[in-house]
Design a protein around this ligand. Structure first.
Ligand SMILES: [Fe+2]
Ligand SMILES: [Fe+2]
Length: 227
């Protein structure tokens, strides 16, 4: 594996975790449990929203830059995103259709179809993320040195990742990432979220997810004042 900077790897980890957990949730759901079906709908809505945003961000921000480097690869990549946006909309519709159906036997069939459809989407999307971390990233690495890749990533975060989006995704990022990646996420949060939101996150979700010893290590590494 290349030791060059790869700006697709870290953001994909939370999305992989999100899809894996959703596979489990869809597979295990009880068609008679109205509350669980409502919670599933909310989870799918969150997942499809944040992933559609990820697709659009990649297409609209990195897409034109890749087109300059490799037009054919860029065209294929953007077409994948368009296709996935349709699949994400279909996933939302299929999920809502389960609770709208009142007959349990019919719900069972709809859930079985939803499970198959979702697993096929995940298989396709895992391959898509590998393409981004591989062939697409290699095109950027061939054109730019690592300092320039870091600058591009910082510009992307500044222009496309709002403090709100960052706050919304922080729990997933922290749960999906290892200690080194968490340190990177904290540095992004510190740079991109207002001080009061940053303090809330550090005292809430961060303290709940990250073990105390690891948190102290990351704080020291980043030069934060001790909590
Ligand atoms: Fe993508
Ligand atoms: Fe991606």
């Amino acid at each position: 594996m290349s030791d060059r900077h790869n700006f697709f790897e870290l953001p994909h980890k939370p999305f992989r975790l999100m899809w894996m957990e959703l596979v489990g949730a869809i597979g295990a759901i009880n068609p008679r449990d109205e509350a669980a079906l409502a919670r599933l709908e909310a989870r799918v809505e969150f997942a499809t929203d944040v992933y559609a945003e990820h697709n659009r961000d990649e297409s609209e921000w990195y897409g034109p830059r890749l087109r300059e480097l490799h037009a054919e690869l860029a065209a294929r990549w953007l077409a994948d995103h368009e296709d996935h946006l349709r699949l994400l909309a279909s996933l939302g519709g299929r999920t809502r259709a389960v609770r709208a159906e009142l007959a349990v036997a019919a719900r069972r069939d709809l859930l079985a179809d939803l499970y198959r459809f979702f697993c096929e989407f995940v298989a396709d999307d895992l391959a898509h993320m590998s393409l981004e971390e591989g062939q697409i990233m290699f095109a950027f690495q061939a054109a730019y040195d690592d300092d320039r890749l870091h600058e591009l990533e910082a510009a992307f975060i500044a222009e496309r990742v709002s403090p709100d989006a960052m706050q919304r995704l922080t729990p997933l990022y922290l749960r999906a990432c290892n200690v080194d990646e968490r340190a990177v996420v904290f540095a992004w949060l510190q740079r991109r979220t207002p001080a009061d939101i940053f303090d809330d996150l550090m005292g809430g979700v961060v303290a709940n997810v990250v073990p105390a010893g690891e948190l102290a290590e990351i704080r020291a590494r980043l030069g934060f004042v001790a909590a």
